[in-house]
Every structure is written in C-alpha cells, then in structure tokens.
Design a protein around this ligand. Sequence first.
Ligand code: GLC
Length: 439
Amino acid sequence: MEPAEILQAAKTVIANNDHDGQYTIPAHGLYPHQWLWDSCFVAIGMANYDVKRAQQEILSLLRGQWANGMLPSMILNKDFTHRADREFWRSYISPFAPDKVATSGITQPPMLAEAIVKIGKQLPKPARRTWFAKTYPALLKYHQWLYNDRDPHHTGLTLQVHSWETGLDNTPPWIDELHQHRLPFWINTIHTLKLDKIFTVFRRDVHFLASSVEQRMSTIDVFTLYSIQRRLRRKAYDINRILTHNMLTIEDLTFNCIFVRANQHLRYIARTIGHDIPDELDKRMRQSDQAIDELWDEQTGNYYSRNYATQKLIKLPTLAGLMPLYAGCVSKEKAAQLVEILNSKPYKTKYPVPTVPTNSDWFHPMMYWQGPTWLNTNWLLADGLERYGYKEEAAHIRERSIDMVTKSGFYEYFSPLDATPAGTDNFSWTAAMIIDFLS
Ligand code: GLC
C-alpha cells in the first residue's frame, strides 16, 4: 500500500467509529463509549485533516467533567443497550458527577493538554487563542484536581487508584502488586474451585474477540480489577475514603510522565492567552519536574512506578521506564541512558517498541499490555525522543509502526516479534497515530 492509501484507510477507520459527529468510539463492539485518552489521541490525528471535528472531539470530552475538576476515563453511551455499564459505574452516587451525563468514577492519563495544543498548532493565531481560551478553564481545573485529590502530601507525584487509570490495564507492576494484595474471599473461592471458566463466557472481550485466551487477562485478574472498582464505588469515588481504607494505590510512572508534559503544555496555553498560572499550582508543577527522578533506581539504572503506601519502587522493567523521555524533565545524561535501554536487544524487536522487554518473565508477545506493541505508546516515545534530539530513533519507531500497520491492519495491538495483530480490528487510536506519523 502507498502512504496515500494508508492515510485514506486510516481516515475511514476513524469515520466509521464516529458517533453522531460528536466523538469517536475506540472500536465497535468491544468499546462503545467515549474514552478520555483515546479521544485525545484521536483528536491529535484528526487535527491534521479536520481541525473542527478534532475540536468537537475535545469539547465532547469536557461535557463529562466533574464539579471537582476530574475528567472521567469514560463517558458512557446513553443507549438503553448500555444500561449495565452505567449501572456498573453509578457515577450519580458522587455529588460531583454531572447530572445529565453518566461517566466512570476514575480518570485516565492526562493527555488533554497535548491534544489541545496539537489542535492549536493547526489554527491561525487568533483562532488558536480563542481555542485555548475556551478550553483553558476546564484544563486548569483538571490539573488542580490532580494535585488536590491525588497528591495529598505534596510530593509532586500523583497517585492512581486503579490500573484502569493508567490506561495500561494489566501492566506487570500493577498486576504483580495486586497479586500480593489480599483477594476478596469470593475470588479465592472461584480460584480454588477452578470455576473461572464458567464466568469466562460472560466476558465482553471473550465475546468479541476470537483468540481472546492468549490476548486478554485471566478471568481471575479481571475479577480482581472489578472487585477494586466495586470498592471504589462503595466509597463513592471519594479519595479520602479510599485512602483511609488502605486500598492499593500506585504512583504510576507513565501517568506521571504524561502529567509532567501536560503541565508544560498548560504553561504554554496560559502564556498564549495572557493568563498567569495560580501561584500554588505553579509551585506544585515545578515540584513535579523534580519528582520524576525520585522514581529512578541507581542499581538497575531505570525508572519505575512506586507503591504509594510503602513508598517502594516496583522494580519490574516495562516500557514505562522509558516514558521520562516523553516527560522531558530528566537530564540529558539520564535520557542517554534510556536511549541505550531502548536500543538494547530486549526492546529492539522487529516491530518495536514492546510494552514489556522480551527478556522479562512477564513478556508475552500477544498479551494485552504485557509485551505487544501499541501505537499510542510508540507515539509518546517518538515525540519524547525527537525533543531530546534523538531524531533517528524517533524516525525508526515511526517507520516501523507504519510498516507494522501496513502489514497487519488497524488493530488494537501487535506482536513486537512479527506484527501478528491482536485485540480488536479498526481501532481508532491506531489509525489516528498512523495519520499523525504520516503527516
Ligand atoms: C483498554 C485500554 C485502555 C483504553 C480502552 C479503550 O481498556 O487498556 O487504555 O483506553 O481500552 O480503548
């Protein structure tokens, strides 16, 4: 396929996932709602050819914002057929949730600022200012919420209450910590009696995906994630109640790197429209730039997520270790060390960059976030590498990504070894990232 043909095919994927011209669902079947970081990635791709529609994508996201500033990870489809999902989350139990929109009760990586800026870049100056002025109040409130709610001890790092908040649902550091946490008795019973197979048939991913067994997490892990969600719901998604109940919380590396970069964008947006960042926020943003380095482990020469309660680094190598390149706040020397890791054999697969290095016990080429290559993480890395001056490395990731999708289609994720596609087909952000790479 020629680049022009791929571009056209990518636009068609996005158009087919359009919901009433308002927002884009990640994929039909498996993902029928609006997701926070998905919509941001889609808007980044779309901004290259339909900036108005990209703006709409973001404005649709903002309708879900909670009164306390939180942007929910999902805005749930209103259709009758999706009532079970709305009942699952019951956002109405929180006094902060919007009245007329059903949402999830947790957030997702703060990609909003990046999407707003990327859209702004496509607009002439006066329109850019109008666009920034329109979105700034919501963005500011969201960043303030992240500090107020999620950084209670003013460390500069935010904590996450569920692996779904990281967008990397079953990434090894979270799953490993979960396995060490005590499971509710009913999950243990199902596990001991080996009843999980019975429940597996009810899973949405199993229903929609042909070879789900080797590509999705185990039913026991799914139950565990659901049980955490139920506990969060019982606390009405109130962070004070969540923290006093000693639930698993992690200062997730990817999330915090994205936040640091988002803060840089927030500053740029504020400057463009002549606003001063409030002093308190300004102080905390500067603190975050320094705080990423607290997640560095000298012994293994890598960055890791940290368990919030124990303050112990979770030393399992994943792609997250390279995300400080995207954050842009680490020294040139540290960046060079990360590039060395990126160029080492466990990451230098035929179709890079694997979400878990191939020499890890956790590595599985097809398993959801435990090995496969995803387009959004490749986009983040390429963007970071470019800004640190590693143009060749960035170009390599982009070229291999395009080759991978040309070979296998617009799937959700791919084997880093041979590009075997996995997850759902016609996945929006895969298409959007390819559009951005080609542009
Ligand atoms: C999966 C991914 C998450 C994404 C969602 C919708 O849950 O792990 O990152 O936002 O699907 O595509």
